[in-house]
Design a binder for this molecule. Structure first.
Ligand code: NAP
Length: 325
């Protein structure tokens, strides 16, 4: 059976509904060089993702200080992976403290930094182009016209095909878009059953339950402009599947609901959490982050599932920890 694919709007990219997130495949976030054990573990994850039907891989320049991109590049030779088999996405814009010496942790969406970061990423990934580049986090000092110039340079040199954002709300996205020649194609946001605020705000518009403004319509903005939504930390880093001993009632309750659905469906608890995201009509694409081949395999069962409305709401309500308005 062929692996499921969906077309990302505004592009010619056909991708798996789930992305594999490469944040952890580089081992440590220190200067420690890559060793064979880390490389083998990373390649095993990539293999497990490919075998489970994934063709869409998420990176960032900062992941394991660039080592995650380096490990991925080894898949060309060691796994016989061909560039045209995969859709590669990376991110730029977060700068670590002390790079260069004495600098603070900061965001940098200047033209110079975007171009520099992409050049480094392409070298590490050993590829001549990225399919998608995301701006990792909003930079309060951003000049949209400068971003537009950087994107034009990258596009005209065929270094990047499409562009998107991450952790941006509706207004921030619209501000950038106004200066850009091409539509932004994706927004990567943190969404999971314990962190569903961006979805929740849609059901509490005029309710006393709405105590703070979260994303100001970010999900609907994406839908309106046909930007794909990518959900990072889709299983809340394992807190739902395996709640820690000090877990609160809400976590225990959503964990119970997830395990109950998994039992009824005969699938893994991870698959249920991903299927909950995939069921959203905004075509939410989970970015799977596990480095455990068995968990990767189990999670990817979600690509063949469609939760009912009743299952979806039962999980949503358990995760929000209070009844719907
Ligand atoms: N745009 C952004 O700002 C941003 C931020 C964070 C992440 N991301 C992207 O999103 C991807 C996924 O993020 P994430 O890693 O936070 O997502 P996640 O899939 O929610 O969490 C994965 C982590 O949780 C652990 N885990 C999963 N199930 C578990 C269980 N039952 N018991 C114990 N531990 C469990 C995994 O350990 P094992 O490895 O042992 O399975 C792994 O360390 C990243 O790789 C990256 O590509 C983007």
């Amino acid at each position: 059976m062929s692996a499921p694919r969906l077309r990302i709007d505004h592009t010619d990219l056909d991708v798996s509904p789930v992305l594999y997130g490469c944040m952890k495949i580089g081992g440590s976030w220190t200067d420690e060089p890559l060793d064979r054990e880390v490389i083998d573990r990373g390649l095993t994850c990539i293999r497990a993702a490919l075998d489970g039907g994934v063709n869409f891989f998420d990176h960032a320049d900062i992941y394991c200080r660039g080592k995650s991109e380096q490990v991925f590049a080894l898949a060309w030779g060691e796994l016989g992976l061909r560039r045209e088999q995969v859709v590669l996405q990376s991110k730029c814009g977060i700068r670590r403290p002390d790079e260069p010496q004495g600098s603070p942790h900061r965001y940098d969406l200047s033209r110079e930094h975007i171009l520099w970061s992409v050049a480094q990423t392409l070298q590490r990934l050993k590829t001549d182009h990225l399919d998608i580049l995301l701006l990792h986090r909003p930079d309060p000092l951003v000049q949209p016209e400068e971003v537009a110039l950087a994107f034009e340079d990258l596009r005209s040199q065929r270094l990047v095909r499409y562009f998107g954002v991450s952790n941006h709300n509706a207004a921030q996205t619209a501000l950038l878009q106004k200066a850009l020649a091409l539509p932004l194609v994706a927004n990567q946001l943190e969404i999971n059953l314990l962190h569903s605020d961006l979805i929740d705000e849609g059901v509490t518009v005029d309710s006393p339950q709405r105590t703070r403004l979260i994303g100001d319509g970010t999900i609907d903005h994406c839908r309106l402009h046909r930007m794909s939504i990518q959900a990072y930390s889709p299983v809340a880093k394992g807190r739902i599947t395996s709640p820690p001993p000090d877990a609160d009632d809400r976590t225990r309750s959503v964990s119970q609901a997830v395990h109950e659905t998994a039992r009824q469906r005969g699938c893994s608890a991870d698959a249920v959490q991903l299927a909950w995201l995939l069921r959203h009509p905004g075509q939410i694409q989970p970015v799977l982050g596990s480095t455990d081949p068995q968990r990767i395999k189990g999670s990817l069962e979600s690509m063949g599932m469609e939760l009912t409305r009743e299952e979806w709401y039962r999980l949503f309500t358990a995760g929000r920890g209070r009844a719907l308005p």
